[in-house]
Design a protein around this ligand. Structure first.
Ligand SMILES: *[C@@H]1O[C@H](CO)[C@@H](O)[C@H](O)[C@H]1NC(C)=O
Ligand SMILES: *[C@@H]1O[C@H](CO)[C@@H](O)[C@H](O)[C@H]1NC(C)=O
Ligand SMILES: *[C@@H]1O[C@H](CO)[C@@H](O)[C@H](O)[C@H]1NC(C)=O
Ligand SMILES: *[C@@H]1O[C@H](CO)[C@@H](O)[C@H](O)[C@H]1NC(C)=O
Ligand SMILES: *[C@@H]1O[C@H](CO)[C@@H](O)[C@H](O)[C@H]1NC(C)=O
Ligand SMILES: *[C@@H]1O[C@H](CO)[C@@H](O)[C@H](O)[C@H]1NC(C)=O
Length: 643
């Protein structure tokens, strides 16, 4: 009798334990870590940073606990976002947030970080990121066991996910939880989809499309999750949200998808099988709660940088026929570029770097890592790198049309029409604005020029060679035209005094624009009877209101409007003003280019400093291309001052 009672007691105990554990969602912040990452860049003012971060976290917590929100952002001055899965009760959401704060503080002074749990995610950055949807680093996290029965489970899970994918972007608040029967009366698959509330409907759709593709990699396993910057997708054989939190997604499915939704959690086991079933369930539950180790090193957003692909040196050597002369595409400030054909038929451009200083080599890795994470349609993609001893190779996407200078005053002169030229100007401005302001560290190009702007098959510009100037020795980079800055394109304050800012690129951009509209080299004096640099000429024509004379004579005069020429010229002149502070930022340039009206109120003005620009040009054009030593360069500048 006592034995029987003991067994009953045991059964009851186990039953209670199991029912508590197998419905953990009812009071469980779900802090099962899926992904985390810290930026490699530290905040500049650490003390302020920690104060700000604390204030930000306090603000977020206040929104969650006082206002019972499940999604909150805080923007002053650190940008932060927290989002709980909508099925979590408020208290669990706060608990999940607290855990995330403790976890994210491990990132110390990093200026960006994120933590993703099953129950919530938290991220902060120094830049605005609220509208990010899908980003490189998106991934899936799969459990190890196969769902059962494998084929039906996989098919039903996929159908459920497909419906979630369709419905969620259409639902206010971008959250849906749903379930689907796998085998009649006994098994169900559960799923949720969620997007950050700050992204657009299309952004949500895009992000979930990627997540849906990723999570396919988990099927037919029992559990799968897909993570990304702007969304989250999860399915499981185990219920992980309360029944009463199920969303009726049927109205949002529109024409597609069949949603046979039945909430079925039935007591099916009984009799002698109970103990066995409970124990099995218990074990299975414990196992399935243990997802595969959280993935590390994948990026979501700007916080963490993914390394470049590493190519085999020998493969690249073969692809470029041992760096043969016939495969050479050109020679830049940083080394020769070769065309390479990989075994799979892909054509790439291989740059052989000439780095002599030890410091440069030491920084090669971090710099290349930085560049390889730059993704913008107007910036050339770095595909990877290779090294062998002292030889360093960078592998870029290949642009068959080559560089812009060919089309302006090279063998393809006269090929580009006005519209194409405008698109090139606009795209280049956008690429630079991204480098300066939208990438998580500001990258100053320092050597913007027509030969560094490549054209793709549609004649869209792709800027190349960005990020490399930082590998050049600091002490002489600004005085050597070979390294950073090229004759005729370099801002005077940089060339003369080494003052570096984003405005150095604005200046060079302005010069490139003048080249694009005139089809003339910025530093070519030979063609004119009166020797004048392009910039001087442009100013004169602008001031005399005869700016149409500047336009490339190969252009059809019916192709452009006088006002358009004037507007572009004004922008170019505004960019090349002597005072860096008078020049617009590149994002301002983008706005000017896209606005219809001319910007009379901001008419560029020429200052007396132009004289020193002239002096600067003369000097530079007479100095040789080989790096003149620091003192010589200074001396020759002094000489010209006295002219
Ligand atoms: C950031 O700061 C941490 C300590 O606060 C330090 O360990 C780390 O090296 C720093 N990282 C960089 C890139 O400066
Ligand atoms: C920020 O909060 C953490 C945890 O509450 C605390 O240890 C730290 O001293 C705070 N830092 C500042 C600058 O207030
Ligand atoms: C980070 O923080 C969590 C929570 O405070 C802690 O458990 C963990 O050991 C810390 N360290 C690492 C490397 O995650
Ligand atoms: C996100 O917001 C920033 C700043 O408001 C904006 O510059 C950017 O274009 C937006 N991106 C998308 C994808 O909407
Ligand atoms: C999952 O499966 C893989 C290969 O089948 C194995 O290497 C790994 O150890 C398993 N992980 C766990 C947590 O069981
Ligand atoms: C859902 O059910 C739980 C109890 O299981 C209850 O506490 C909660 O208030 C319910 N939520 C809604 C929205 O009905």
């Amino acid at each position: 009798m006592t034995t029987f009672c003991n067994i009953i007691m045991l059964l009851i105990t186990i039953f209670i334990a199991v029912s508590i554990l197998s419905k953990p969602v009812f009071s469980d912040p779900q802090i099962n870590l899926l992904n985390k990452g810290c930026s490699q860049y530290n905040a500049t003012n650490i003390a302020d940073f920690f104060n700000n971060l604390n204030a930000t976290f306090a603000d977020l917590k206040n929104q969650l606990s006082q206002q019972n929100k499940l999604f909150a952002t805080s923007s002053d001055p650190v940008y932060a976002m927290v989002q709980c899965r909508n099925y979590l009760p408020s208290a669990d959401c706060v608990a999940c947030f607290n855990a995330a704060v403790a976890q994210i503080r491990n990132c110390s002074a990093a200026n960006g970080a994120r933590v993703i749990y099953d129950g919530c995610f938290l991220r902060y950055e120094s830049n605005m990121f609220y509208n990010q949807s899908t980003l490189p680093g998106n991934a899936q996290i799969c459990s190890n066991q196969t769902g059962s029965p494998a084929t039906t489970f996989g098919a039903q899970a996929q159908a459920l996910l497909k419906d979630l994918l369709l419905a969620t972007p259409r639902i206010n608040g971008y959250f849906a939880a749903s379930e689907r029967e796998v085998s009649p009366g006994s098994k169900t698959v559960y799923g949720v989809a969620q997007c950050a509330e700050t992204i657009s409907k299309t952004g949500c759709q895009d992000c979930l499309n990627v997540a849906y593709t990723n999570i396919q990699g988990c099927l037919p396993n029992a559990d799968g999750r897909a993570i990304d910057a702007g969304c989250f997708l999860r399915y499981s054989e185990t219920s992980f949200f309360p029944d009463n939190q199920t969303t009726n997604i049927t109205p949002f499915l529109g024409g597609g998808g069949s949603s046979k939704k039945k909430a079925i959690i039935g007591g099916v086991v009984g009799g002698v099988g109970l103990l066995v079933a409970i124990l099995a369930l218990f074990l299975w539950y414990k196992l399935s709660r243990k997802p595969k180790a959280a993935q590390k090193g994948s990026i979501l957003g700007a916080t963490e940088l993914q390394g470049p692909a590493i190519y085999d040196f020998k493969v690249l050597k073969t692809a470029t026929k041992d760096f043969s002369e016939e495969h050479k595409l050109g020679e830049g400030g940083f080394g020769e570029v070769y065309k390479g054909t990989l075994k799979n038929g892909n054509i790439v451009a291989v740059k052989k770097l000439n780095l002599t200083s030890g410091r440069a080599k030491a920084e090669f890795d971090s710099e290349v890592r930085l560049i390889s994470n730059v993704h913008h349609r107007n910036l050339i993609r770095l595909l990877g790198c290779a090294s062998k001893g002292a030889e360093l190779l960078l592998v870029y996407e290949y642009m068959a049309n080559g560089s812009l200078d060919r089309f302006l005053y090279g063998d393809k002169r006269g090929y580009l029409n006005w519209k194409q030229r405008f698109d090139i100007i606009f795209g280049t401005a956008r690429g630079l604005a991204y480098l300066h302001e939208q990438y998580h560290v500001s990258i100053i190009h320092r050597d913007v020029k027509s030969s560094n702007i490549l054209l793709d098959d549609d004649f869209q510009p792709k800027i190349c060679d960005f990020g490399l100037a930082r590998l050049m020795p600091e002490d002489r980079s600004h005085l050597s035209t070979k390294f950073a800055g090229t004759l005729g394109y370099t801002a005077p304050e940089y060339a003369l005094h080494g003052h570096l800012s984003e405005k150095v690129d604005t200046y060079s951009f302005g010069i490139v624009v003048l080249e694009i509209i005139s089809g003339r080299r910025s530093n070519d004096m030979a063609v004119e009877p009166v020797s004048e640099y392009l910039l001087e000429k442009a100013w004169k024509l602008y001031e005399a209101d005869t700016h149409l004379k500047l336009v490339d004579e190969t252009l059809d005069p019916n192709d452009y409007k006088t006002d358009d020429v004037r507007k572009i010229l004004e922008i170019a002149l505004a960019c090349t003003q002597s005072q860096p502070s008078h020049r617009p930022t590149m994002s301002e340039v983008v706005v000017m280019l896209s606005s219809d009206r001319s910007f009379e109120q901001q008419r560029p003005f020429r200052t007396t400093v132009v004289g020193s620009d002239r002096r600067f040009y003369r000097n530079i054009s007479e100095s040789t291309d080989t790096a003149s030593s620091n003192s010589n360069a200074t001396a020759s500048f002094t000489e010209f001052t006295g002219r």
